[in-house]
Write a protein that binds this ligand. Structure first.
Ligand code: SF4
Length: 331
């Protein structure tokens, strides 16, 4: 007779032969599929700039920001002209309704800078402006892990009882060497701590990752996936490093382009696949890349739209006969 306990343990760590049904025919757990399943349709995010700054820019930690950061690169142009939150939401909702006519529900996406970097009173007032808009069902709040004190997390948990709230934490890298090199101003232990404290309050947590930063390696990315797999992260966003004008990296790149080796599309897709293999099936993949406006992007020019990334990733995962979680013990 076999030892059923040992056999059970072995089966639990052996890779399964096919992707889980949860992925609905894909090789990774797509956030959009999950949203449609659980919310009955698309949840459209409308970016707003609520006038926050960040401790890596206002002098608290630094003034030049993280080496890759130029917030203009990630901010829709309409936000650069309008200050009133309600006007920004009007413009964003109208734009999204034209682009995605099936959109019925909208979340206000506090995207620019660190959107929990203020007193609880100021945060409450700015979030309330967005929630007061009739088209808005909830908030997505992007921030740094070192801007999440307990009283702010308590407040977000309170809001989450009546509204959809997603907390988007800038992880960027799980390697301290990389975080130091990009002048991030916090280490990975700070990220782990913020994620755990947010999760104990039941908040939905999305992690924002930037692949290809100086000092990152294929090995450190896989190690990062192992670290993330231990954390209560609900979703992840992947982005490729791009050299954006008016950043510290741009200065370095202009002085010596070879000092910053940039990923080619195939290398980037492979790096995402490497990480996915080690992530739990439960983590929803919310984004697979980013598009910086060409007038702001110095390099690389991959000559492709973001919309092709899912197909490229699917093809690469199929070629490798792998999928999200294939090497994760839960499978
Ligand atoms: S990436 Fe975020 S944390 Fe870093 S400088 Fe820019 S706004 Fe601040």
């Amino acid at each position: 007779m076999g030892d059923t306990h040992t056999m059970g343990s072995l089966l639990s760590i052996m890779p399964h032969d096919t992707p889980p049904d949860l992925y609905q025919g894909r090789r990774y757990h797509a956030y959009n599929d999950w949203v449609k399943r659980t919310h009955g349709g698309r949840l459209q995010k409308v970016s707003i700039d609520a006038g926050f700054t960040c401790p890596n820019r206002d002098g608290t930690l630094g003034i030049g920001g993280c080496s890759f950061c130029n917030n203009e690169g990630f901010t829709p142009s309409y936000l650069q002209e309008q200050r009133l939150v309600s006007d920004q939401i009007d413009t964003g909702v109208n734009f999204m309704r034209r682009r995605y006519p099936e959109s019925t529900r909208f979340l206000a996406y506090f995207q620019s800078y660190s959107n929990t970097y203020a007193s609880r009173e100021v945060l409450a007032e700015r979030y309330a402006q967005a929630l007061a808009h009739p088209a808005i069902s909830g908030l997505v709040i992007g921030t740094r892990p070192d801007c999440l004190p307990d009283d702010v997390l308590d407040y977000l948990a309170e809001l989450a009882k009546t509204h959809l709230i997603e907390l988007e934490i800038g992880i960027e890298s799980c390697s301290d060497a990389v975080l130091t090199e990009c002048l991030r101003g916090h280490d990975f232990a700070c990220t782990e701590d913020a994620i755990k404290r947010a999760a104990t309050r039941g908040l939905f947590i999305t992690g924002h990752l930037l692949l290809g930063l100086p000092k990152e390696t294929p090995e450190s990315l896989i190690e990062g996936a192992h670290k993330l797999a231990q954390l209560p992260v609900d979703a992840l966003k992947f982005h490729q490093l791009q050299i954006v004008r008016s950043t510290r990296l741009a200065n370095q790149w202009k002085a010596d382009p070879y000092s910053i080796p940039l990923l080619a599309p195939a290398e980037y897709i492979n790096a995402v696949a490497d990480m996915l293999e080690h992530l739990p099936p439960t983590v929803r993949i919310q984004r697979l890349g980013s598009e910086v406006p060409p007038k702001l992007r110095l390099s690389p020019d991959w000559g492709m739209r973001l919309s092709v990334f899912p197909a490229l990733l699917e093809a690469r995962l199929a070629e490798r006969n792998t999928w999200q979680g294939k090497c994760h013990p839960s499978r």
